[in-house]
Design a protein around this ligand. Structure first.
Ligand SMILES: Nc1nc2c(c(=O)[nH]1)N[C@H]1C(S)=C(S)[C@@H](COP(=O)(O)OP(=O)(O)OC[C@H]3O[C@@H](n4cnc5c(N)ncnc54)[C@H](O)[C@@H]3O)O[C@H]1N2
Ligand code: MOO
Ligand code: MG
Length: 708
């Protein structure tokens, strides 16, 4: 039986996204595909005219393991201001297909001159063919009719089949390469596909090492002269969510190490359940200072603990050796935590007794009167194992060893010597730029020099999170090899990084300038893969995330401990951009490397949004209007306080006027303890509105209250 191709239809329409029943296009297009007999019934989705939502659907259908052969988009291709489907789709297309575009326009022109008013786009992303169609059912049908016969062939070729095989009818092989077939077949195919694809800075995710050099498009080389410089960024603008997804996907699973129980465990995550090897207490212990007694059974009517008793012995908490059994009719002095003598079953507090008589030398108590008459067996006694039972689970895989001390106390009290934890990542921080001067340099700045503020601020932030850091210094832009050597050395653990780092953070050199060399250096010199190079956010637009292959050297033990690929976060040079993106993108990855977020991952279909990863997200009330950016989600630096009047969290900007939130202004982060998430839009976030914020620091109390 011939296996079928997979198609998805994306309806782009503000109206249909509000009222799905109003859409007529899916019903118009489905029969055209069905008539060909080569397509599975199409999947479909409806989104508003939103670039990010359109792009997200394309990522879902073209980049996921469950990829589709064909994506048809309908709507948003005209000249109206809100029409932005071509703008959303074009940057994601890796190989354009102008022939299909011409074909569709030519066919439509036979029907109406208004066909000239369409702005269709067609091309291939990964192995998926993407075609935009008009929004009207009639126009969409005419356009699809014009190309539908060619689509199976085009999709199979896009998916990796070569044309000779296609024409000689090697259908089985082609289908297997194209990702069609039964479930198992599909699965294997995705596996292969992931290892054969590569990324040219277009956001694809497979490792570059599987790509032959001749297949690679010429990458940006700003230093090689004007003709080799990009004039528009080739990196698709991702949503923050998609960027976080890719980071999570590329961040390796955490490594397990066995370490002694010391205070250096703070901030580590337990990798293996720990069971108590000792009971606490190990013996029957007194809870109070007083007298050990033999309390009568509560069923023994008429018996009382009240009366005068001879004091037989004294038991201190640090007693060693065997204790004499307590004889009926006697009592024994005992201190808090001390073991009860055999036969004793309860303790009377010293406050419930009076001294009756002393020994002849006057140095000790001879008889004591117990005033309480209702002491019950077990009273004021901790039974063995009643705090921690022998063999019980005391800390579990995934538990964080907190600085509060509870977990370390539990491990110490049971004599636990070592535990298995996830190794915390080691992070290197490198500043880049010819203009940079050490912040402590005593000389007066000249020309375009500036003090390196990114390194100290990023290092202090990373240290506050409890990660081991390595100061990698400053790499000059010229000669370009300095940057390459600095990165190589820190990966290998030579030079400033005497042990190799797991994650490198660089700042500067990721935008469009001729000395912005990070992206080409990672791709060309280090053979790395850039998973994204632009994000729709403010500040932090050129944030870049890459992995570089890494071959460990040295003995077997150390090589087992090394990861096979290292992460590079190349953050923008502007100081506020660098700190914001460190908080937003680097922290979740470090958390994953350190073993956090495991429990949620098992449950969630979006593991990158696990609540343990990254900064805590809370709802805050705006205390004043916050201006919105029309295109990019803004991470607005703010002070969040907890109101004592109504218990809510309130956000006040660190500065909205003038340069208040400018990305060069690191001062916008001074005093800030939160990033208020302001979705792109027109106008302002209104005073009193409740929005999401990411908490970076401690929240203090206030008397704030907003009445609208
Ligand atoms: N033509 C375009 N230009 C720029 C774009 C763009 O899209 N097209 N994006 C802008 C945005 S947004 C940002 S953010 C910056 C990012 O710049 P780079 O990452 O390339 O960083 P540099 O060019 O090296 O430096 C930018 C700025 O930051 C200062 N800087 C750099 N390092 C440090 C440091 N360690 N401590 C303090 N300050 C530092 C540097 O001196 C520059 O003033 O690009 C825009 N341009
Ligand atoms: O995104 Mo840049 O970080 O606005 O200045
Ligand atoms: Mg630059």
């Amino acid at each position: 039986m011939e296996t079928k191709l997979k198609a998805a239809i994306l309806i782009v329409s503000d109206t249909a996204s509000k009222d799905p029943a109003s859409d007529k296009v899916v019903d118009a297009l489905t029969p055209i595909l069905a008539a060909e007999g080569k397509w599975e019934p199409p999947a479909f989705r409806i989104v508003p005219d939103s670039v990010l939502e359109i792009q997200q659907s394309i990522y879902d259908w073209a980049d996921s393991p469950n990829w589709y052969n064909l994506i048809l988009l309908s709507g948003g291709t005209g000249f109206a201001i809100k029409d932005n489907t071509p703008e959303a789709v074009s940057p994601l297309i890796q190989r354009h297909a102008p022939g299909l575009v011409h074909g569709m326009i030519a066919a439509s022109l036979k029907v109406t001159p208004f066909a000239m008013m369409a702005r269709p786009v067609a091309g291939v992303r990964n192995k998926t063919l993407i075609i935009t169609l008009p929004g009207s059912p009639k126009g969409a049908m005419e356009n699809l009719d014009a190309v539908v016969k060619l689509l199976p062939h085009a999709c199979l070729q896009s998916a990796g089949a070569n044309s000779r095989d296609l024409h000689s009818g090697g259908v089985k092989k082609l289908e297997s390469e194209a990702g069609v077939g039964d479930h198992q077949h599909h699965h294997n195919n995705h596996h292969n596909r992931r290892h054969r694809c590569h990324d040219h800075g277009h956001g694809h995710k497979a490792p570059k090492a599987h790509t032959s050099p001749s297949e690679r498009p010429q990458s940006n080389d700003p230093s090689a002269g004007p003709n080799r410089r990009y004039r528009s960024s080739p990196y698709p603008m991702l949503s923050v969510d998609e960027a976080l997804r890719r980071i999570n996907e590329q961040t390796p699973e955490p490594e397990v190490v066995e370490v002694p129980v010391t205070t250096s465990l703070i901030g580590s995550v337990i990798a293996e359940d720990v069971y108590a090897t000792e009971a606490v207490p190990a013996y029957r212990a007194s809870i109070v200072d007083g007298y050990a007694v033999i309390a009568p059974d509560s069923n023994a009517a008429g018996q009382s603990t009240k009366g005068i008793f001879p004091v037989a012995s004294i038991t201190h908490a640090n007693v060693g050796g065997n204790l004499e059994p307590l004889q009926p009719g006697t009592i024994a002095r005992i201190t808090t935590g001390a073991p009860l003598p055999p036969n004793a079953n309860a303790v009377v507090m010293v406050e419930d007794t009076t001294l009756d008589s002393c020994t002849p030398d006057g140095k000790e108590e001879a008889t004591v009167e117990i005033l309480a008459e209702d002491i019950e067996p077990g009273e004021n006694v901790r039974e063995p194992g009643s705090d921690v039972t022998l063999g019980s689970k005391i800390v579990a895989r995934g538990d964080l060893i907190s600085p509060v001390g509870g977990e370390i106390g539990l491990l110490a009290s049971t004599g636990t010597k070592t535990v298995k934890v996830f190794r915390k990542p080691r992070v290197g921080v490198l500043s880049t730029g010819d203009e940079l001067v050490e912040h402590s340099d005593p000389r007066t700045l000249t020309g375009g020099q500036i003090r390196d503020s990114n390194r100290p601020s990023l290092l202090s932030c990373l240290n506050s999170w409890g990660f081991e850091t390595v100061d990698l210094g400053i790499a000059r832009d010229t000669p370009a090899s300095e940057l390459e050597h600095a990165l190589r050395d820190s990966l290998r653990g030579v030079g400033r990084a005497s042990t190799s780092v797991d994650v490198i953070i660089t700042t500067g050199g990721v935008s469009m300038g001729e000395l912005d060399l990070l992206k080409p250096t990672i791709e060309r010199s280090l053979g790395g893969t850039i998973h994204f190079g632009r994000v729709a956010m403010k500040p932090g637009k050129p944030t870049t995330f890459a992995t570089v292959p890494f071959k460990p050297t040295g003995d077997a033990t150390s090589s087992q401990q090394e990861r096979q690929s290292k992460l590079i976060f190349s953050l923008p040079g502007n100081p506020a951009s660098a700190l914001v993106t460190l908080n937003l993108f680097v922290l979740p990855s470090l958390h994953k490397l350190a073993g956090l977020g495991h429990s949620s991952q098992a449950l969630s279909s979006k593991p990158w949004l696990a609540p343990q990863l990254g900064l805590p997200r809370v709802a805050v009330v705006l205390t004043h209007h916050f201006p919105l950016d029309p295109k990019r989600t803004e991470y607005h630096r703010a002070v969040v306080t907890a109101s004592r009047s109504d218990g809510r969290l309130y956000a006040t900007s660190t500065g909205v006027e003038g340069a208040g939130q400018r990305s060069s202004k690191v001062g916008s982060l001074a005093k800030a303890n939160a990033l208020v998430v302001l979705r792109a839009g027109r106008g302002v976030g209104i005073k009193g509105e409740i929005v999401e914020a990411l908490l970076m620091g401690d929240v203090h109390g206030s008397d704030t209250r907003v009445i609208c």
